[in-house]
Unconditional design. Structure first.
Length: 148
C-alpha cells in the first residue's frame, strides 16, 4: 500500500467517523426537540385555563370599576344638591337671623343700661379710669408703682 492509498483510507475513516458523530448529534437534537414540544404542550395545557380565569377576573373588575364610577357620580350629584340647598338656606336665613341676634343683643344691652348694670365696654372704661387715677396718686405720693 502506498502513501496515497493510506491517506485515502484515513480520509474515508475520518469522514465515516464525522458522519457517525453528526448522526448521533442529529438524533440528540431531535430528541431535545421532541422533549421541548412535549413541555410546550404541557405548558399550554396548564396555562390556558389560568388565562381564561384571568380574563374573567379582569372583566369582573372592569364591571366593578364601572359600578364604583356610577356610585361616585351619584355622590357628586348629591354633593352638588346639598351645596345648593345649603347656599339657598344661607341666603334665605342669614340676614333675618343676623337681625334677630342683633335685636336681642341690643335689647340685652338696653335693659342692662336701664337697670344700671353696664356692659363690658362700661366696665373696661371704669377699669381704665381707676388705673389712671391710681397712677396719678402714686405719681403725686412719689411711691413706686406696683408691677403686676
Amino acid at each position: 500500500m502506498s502513501a496515497a492509498d493510506l491517506v485515502v483510507v484515513l480520509v474515508a475513516v475520518a469522514t465515516l467517523a464525522a458522519l457517525v458523530f453528526l448522526v448521533v448529534a442529529l438524533l440528540a437534537v431531535l430528541r431535545a426537540v421532541r422533549d421541548l414540544r412535549g413541555a410546550l404542550d404541557r405548558f399550554q395545557r396548564d396555562t390556558l385555563p389560568i388565562i381564561g380565569a384571568m380574563q374573567a377576573t379582569v372583566a369582573q373588575a372592569g364591571d366593578e370599576v364601572e359600578r364604583v364610577d356610577e356610585l361616585l357620580d351619584a355622590a357628586v350629584a348629591i354633593q352638588h344638591t346639598v351645596d345648593s340647598a345649603s347656599r339657598l338656606t344661607y341666603v334665605a336665613m342669614a340676614h333675618p337671623l343676623i337681625r334677630v341676634v342683633a335685636f336681642f343683643r341690643g335689647l340685652g344691652r338696653g335693659s342692662a343700661r336701664a337697670l344700671g348694670r353696664g356692659g363690658r365696654r362700661r366696665r373696661r372704661l371704669e377699669t381704665k379710669r381707676r388705673a389712671r387715677a391710681e397712677a396719678q396718686l402714686e405719681a403725686a405720693d412719689g411711691r413706686p408703682r406696683k408691677v403686676a
